[in-house]
Structures are given as C-alpha cells and as structure tokens.
Design a protein around this ligand. Structure first.
Ligand code: HAM
Length: 421
C-alpha cells in the first residue's frame, strides 16, 4: 500500500461538505466587503520567497525547493502574500486599482514538524489590501477577521493585537532587545540563541519557560514607538472599541514573518483541547514588500487563516453550520426491466434539476429502502413491474410518510410540490 506523504491529509466525502461550506461563506463575506478573488500559482521562482530581508525560519528552513528540468529554482509557496504581491506588481494592478482589495483561498506548503494543527500541506484563505496605509484599513482587516470567526458562531477565541512601530522604531527596539538579551545568551533556549543574532524580536514569542523568565524584565516596544506610530495605534484601538470588538493588546506579539511593521494581530483559539498551535489567523501591515518585489513604494495589509485549524475549532465547539445534505429522489426497483425504466426516468428528473440516485447493486427491496433513508431522501420512487405496465409509479414522501400511486408523467410536477401540497 502506498501511504499519503507525511504531514498531508485527505478530505474524505463526509468532511468535504464543511470545506465547501466555508469556501462559499468566505467568498460571500469577503465580496460583501468589496474584496475580489485572486488566484496565483502554487509554485513561484524561489527568489520571490528567499529575499535577503526575509530571515524567518519559515522561509529559510521550511520551504519545499526544487529545480525543474530547465534548471530553474522553484519553491512551493509557503504562504499567500508574496505571490499575491508578485502578481499585483507584475500585472500592474496599481495602474487600474488605486487600492487593491484582494482575497484568496488555496494550499500552501511548509516543511515543518507535523503535529496537531500543523501540516506540510495546508489551506489558507486570506486578504491583502495594497495601496494605502490609512489606519481604517487596519481596522477593516482586523474587523473582517473577527467577523469571519464570529459569523461561524465560534465563542472560544481571543483577538490579540500589537504595534511593532515603523521601520526606525522597530530597528531601535531590536537593538535594545539584543543588548538586554545578550548577557543571558548562555541561558536562552537553542532556538532563541540562534534568533538572538538573526532576529531577537522572534524571541518574544518563545514558548520556553527559561526564555519567558528572562523576558520578564525585557524592554517593551512601547518605549521605542514614535509619536506618530503611537497615535496611529490609538486611533485603531479607538475604532475597534467603538465597534465593540473584544481585543487584547500584547506587546510580545511579533508574528513569524519578518516583513511586518506597525499593526500585527492574531486570533487564537482558547479551547483547552486545541493543542499548542492555537493561531487561527495571523496578519499585519507590511511597508516594504511591494517595493522589494519590484513595485512602487506602497504599503499593504493582510491576514491569512488556516482552514484546518478553523474547522478543528468548529468541531471542538460542536457547531452545526448546515443541515445534513438531502437528495430529492431515490428509485427502488425490482428487476432488470424496472431498473432500466428507473434509470430513464431518473435521467429526465436530473435534467429538470432534481437530485436523485438509484441502486446499481441489485440489492433487496429492504436494502434499497434503507439506503434511500440513509441518503436523507425526500421521495422514494418505487417502480413495480405491474404498475409500470399501466404507466404508474408509487411515491413515498419520507417527511409525511404518506404514500401514493401516480401517473409516471406526473412525477416532475409532483416533486415540485404542485400535486401534493
Ligand atoms: P502565518 O502566521 O505564517 O501568516 O500563517 C497564517 C495562518 O496559517 C496561521 O495562523 C495558521 O492558522 C495557518 N498555518 C500556518 N502554518 C500552518 C501549518 N503548517 N499547518 C496548518 N496551518 C498553518 C502568513 O502566512 C501570512 N502570509 C499572513 C498575512 C497575510 N500577513 C499579511 N497578509
């Protein structure tokens, strides 16, 4: 037997309905905020992700890189943002849309250690807004992510926001943090030791107890923010409060990618059975990415949800988002003659837009009946040979349990509800 690749999973038919539901829900919700869908390739040239400025583990250690037969260096996308920005720049969307509001849904690939909530192929949906640094875009993004979760009736979550400051504030803070942490370097966890040189900010979200102890007296980003940056963040918080959004400020939230500055946020699951990977969504503002990818000097803001984690959160709270699927008709037949006739009637019904199925296994009457009920069928259509000879068919309404024999030609109108209401 050949097994699935480590860190991947199959969406089986009993689970695919929730994926479809979510995809439709997202499209509808995001379009109502005037975001339009963009679809970009699953692989890109490696240098799109492996930029000098991006030193995050995700990009340096966790990407799937390969050479194609033309000796090109390619990478399976580990996230959606870089590809969307590449497409925005390459297609000069800035020429037609002064403000581009985009959303996307698709698979991403990271060579991470698989665990609960962490896969090597996973689905993200997210948004990118490019072309303005207006603080209300930050609010709109955070609010949309918040509404995405609320609209699914989830309750066990917490929105966390932070301000990393502009480029200069972030750099000054990074320096101060390094100076504070360097004397403790022998006591830091191995990961944090490595990060101390590359990006000390990332030590802030370390889960190691020793690191957390050392961080207790570390300088806070708040002491390094410019007045402008502070004002901007205050305006964001003010509108969020006016919108009655329940949020927490955490000055240790830095996020796992290096391209962020100013506003960052996450929504984490607070369900105690969720496992250690609690972020349902993460996002923030990026000021240099568009320029780095060869575009104009424009600011962007976005977020991405992990769909597997969102679905897990929905399951853990036992939320029922939709009724079990039903079909309109299930045909029960008795021999080759009635089976063939059922097949022909069924083809006509399907052409008229009804959902329908019949038994191809020549099962017993009892087994066919059971199957029809298992499929949540509304009408069971029973084709006896004698009845068929006089063009009649028995129809059983599973909702009312009433049963009737009708003329074959009346099936469509009967199913439409014209004859039995
Ligand atoms: P990220 O925090 O790396 O951000 O990923 C966003 C979300 O994707 C996470 O909160 C999580 O739900 C999900 N996720 C990430 N890695 C995995 C994995 N290995 N298995 C399952 N789920 C995972 C980004 O990707 C940014 N591009 C978000 C963004 C958009 N920032 C600005 N615009």
């Amino acid at each position: 037997m050949i097994n699935k690749v480590k860190g991947t999973y199959d969406v089986l038919p009993n689970e695919s309905k929730i994926w479809q539901y979510l995809e439709n829900y997202i499209k509808k919700l995001y379009e109502s905020y005037n975001y339009n869908e963009i679809r970009t390739p699953i692989f890109e040239y490696s240098n799109l992700f492996h930029r000098d400025s991006e030193g995050s583990d995700m990009v340096t250690k966790e990407t799937y890189n390969f050479k194609d037969k033309g000796n090109r260096d390619l990478t399976l996308r580990p996230e959606g943002t870089a590809g969307v920005i590449r497409s925005y720049v390459e297609n000069k969307l800035y020429a037609t849309n002064q403000l581009a509001k985009l959303f996307y849904i698709g698979p991403n690939f990271r060579y991470e250690r698989p665990q609960k909530g962490r896969f090597r192929q996973f689905m993200q949906f997210g948004v990118e807004v490019i072309g303005s640094s207006d603080y209300l875009i930050d609010v709109e993004n955070i609010y949309l992510a918040y509404q995405t979760v609320k609209g699914l009736k989830l309750k066990e979550f917490q929105l966390v926001i932070n301000n990393l400051g502009d480029k200069v504030s972030k750099e000054n803070y990074q320096k101060a943090l390094f100076e504070y942490l360097n004397p403790f370097k022998d006591k830091l966890s191995p990961d944090s030791k490595e990060r101390l040189i590359k990006n000390p900010l990332r030590i802030l979200d370390s889960k190691s107890k020793e690191d957390q102890e050392i961080l207790k007296d570390a300088p806070s980003i708040n002491d390094y923010l410019s007045d402008e940056s502070k004002n901007n963040f205050n305006k964001i918080k003010d509108v969020l409060e006016k919108l009655k959004v329940d949020f927490k400020v955490d000055d240790k939230l830095v996020r796992g990618l290096d391209y962020y500055s100013d506003t960052v946020f996450e929504i984490i699951s607070t369900n105690k059975n969720f496992g250690s990977q609690t972020a349902l969504v993460g996002g923030g503002r990026y000021n240099n990415l568009v320029k780095e990818v060869g575009g104009p000097d424009l600011s962007g803001m976005g977020f991405a949800f992990g769909m597997e984690r969102l679905i897990e959160a929905i399951h853990l709270e036992n939320i029922k988002l939709f009724e079990e699927p039903t079909i309109d008709a299930y045909f029960i037949h008795f021999n080759e003659v009635t089976k063939k006739e059922a097949f022909i009637i069924q083809a006509n019904l399907r052409d008229e837009g009804f959902s329908s199925d019949l038994n191809y296994l020549n099962s017993s009457f009892k087994a066919q009946l059971k199957e029809g009920l298992r499929l949540n069928t509304r009408f069971l259509l029973i084709l006896g040979e004698d009845e068929l000879k006089v063009n009649q068919i028995t129809i059983k309404d599973t909702k009312t349990s009433s049963q009737k024999t009708i003329n074959k030609d009346e099936i469509t109108s009967y199913l439409r509800g014209e004859k039995h209401v």
